[in-house]
Design a protein around this ligand. Structure first.
Ligand code: S3P
Length: 424
């Protein structure tokens, strides 16, 4: 589906932000490990989370929607077969986390495969630590498809070269079914939903600074409520901040500190942003965000904050085109390993719109404030977050912007278009 975005005269009103992708994945995966029955409230209907749901079904779980986004998972018959073929679609989270789960299950052989984009993404980052634990994995030059020959593993004390929640979670999930204590230390703390949810389900997991340790333990079935995705909210926060005459309220947004880098950066840029109401649900902080049209100024983004906003960098770059001064984004080289090379692709397409943005090896340099002309076509490179970033930019372009293959938003956020249109 190709979509035209027109200049907006203002975004106003309130919306409920749909469910968090990372937390939805984990809720289905971890309930699959409990051997019991529990409910998930507000499970994401994005294609990535549906891939995870289909995988737990292929592994023997019953998983039925009892209403719109309310799911019951029963895992009493899970992991009874010894051979599985599991389709991860476009989802790196499914492939990397299930690899950890399956590598530590003796007598289980599983092939994990995905679409063209996923087949190009690096898997060495999980294969190396899993092999150190004694895992047996067949791969295609460290890319998928992966065949995992499950076996009894050894605990390791592993220092990850990059801060990655997928790598950390993969090792912890292998450690959950391994005798002894498995430890993972990251250079900076990445999103910690795995740690929080496993703790909530009663697993033997502990966090000290940048190190997480886990011992073999059995998570218990418990109902899980999934909050709204701050990575989805980020498009609305940015859109409201850069579009004149805007004032929006975003309800039920996850505010876990390991994800709120976008709020910290918008604050530093001078955005009019407030947290209205904060509570804790299922070990995760949740709240409402109000954001209005703002005069933005440039910032430097680097170091420890990067994993706390890694998925928001494309839309932050859009915000930076509307901020006065030079925004520099560094230490974000892993953006090249996401659903697309987000550094190269973003720079190519934002330039077409009229942005003054330069590619560096590990980020961007953006001069603002630019008058974006638009009046052209952009490509989203099969990447949901690029598609939504270009839509956000289109709202402040002088002339309409045509986004090709906009349907890729369905990977994480099928509700994006009706929600943004409801604020216009
Ligand atoms: C995710 C972790 C991040 C993020 C991805 C989801 C997760 O990837 O980019 O969208 O759910 O654990 P990395 O761990 O590779 O940084």
């Amino acid at each position: 589906m190709n979509l035209t975005v027109n200049k907006s005269s203002g975004l106003n009103g309130e919306i409920v932000i749909p469910s968090d992708k990372s937390i939805s994945h984990r809720s289905a995966m971890f309930l699959a490990l409990t051997g019991g029955k529990a409910e998930i409230n507000n499970f994401s209907t994005g294609a990535d989370c549906i891939s995870t749901l289909n995988i737990i079904k292929a592994l023997g779980c019953e998983a039925e929607f009892i209403s719109d986004k309310h799911l019951v998972v029963d895992s009493k018959n899970a992991f009874k077969k010894d051979l599985y073929r599991l389709d991860c679609g476009n989802s790196g989270t499914s492939m990397r986390l299930f690899s950890g789960i399956l590598a530590s299950r003796p007598e289980t052989e599983a092939e994990l495969y995905g679409d063209e984009s996923l087949s190009k993404r690096p898997m060495r980052r999980i294969i190396n630590p899993l092999e150190l634990m004694g895992a047996k994995i067949k791969h295609k030059d460290f890319k998928s498809p992966l065949t995992i020959f499950g076996k009894e593993l050894f605990p390791i004390d592993y220092k990850t070269p990059i801060a990655s929640a997928q790598v950390k979670s993969c090792i912890l999930l292998a450690g959950l079914n391994t005798y002894g204590e498995t430890r993972v230390t990251e250079p900076y703390v990445s999103r910690d939903h795995t740690e929080r949810m496993l703790k909530y389900l009663g697993a033997d997991i502990n966090v000290k600074g940048n190190t997480v340790s886990i011992k073999k333990s059995q998570p218990e079935p418990k109902n899980i409520s999934v909050c709204g995705d701050i990575s989805s909210a980020a498009f609305f926060m940015t859109a409201a901040a850069i579009t004149p005459n805007s004032d929006v309220i975003l309800r039920n947004v996850g505010l876990n500190q390991t994800r709120t880098g976008i709020i910290d950066i918008l604050n530093q840029m001078g955005a009019e942003i407030e947290i209205l109401d904060e509570k804790t649900e299922c070990n995760e902080e949740v709240g409402d965000i109000r954001i209005r049209t703002s005069e933005l100024k440039a910032v430097t983004i680097e170091g420890e904050i990067i994993p706390r906003l890694i998925d928001e960098l494309p839309v932050i770059a859009v915000a930076a085109t509307q901020a006065s001064g030079t925004t520099v984004i560094k230490d974000a080289g892993d953006l090249r390993n996401k659903e697309s090379d987000r550094i190269k692709c973003l720079v190519t397409e934002l330039r077409k719109l009229g942005a003054n943005i330069e590619e560096t090896q590990d980020g961007f340099i953006i001069e603002g404030k630019s008058r974006l002309n638009g009046g052209c076509e952009v490509e989203c490179y099969h990447d949901h977050r690029l598609a939504m970033s270009f839509y956000t930019a289109g709202l402040v372009c002088e002339k309409p912007v045509l986004i090709n293959e906009f349907q890729w938003v369905d990977i994480s956020f099928p509700e994006f278009l009706p929600l943004i249109e409801s604020l216009s």
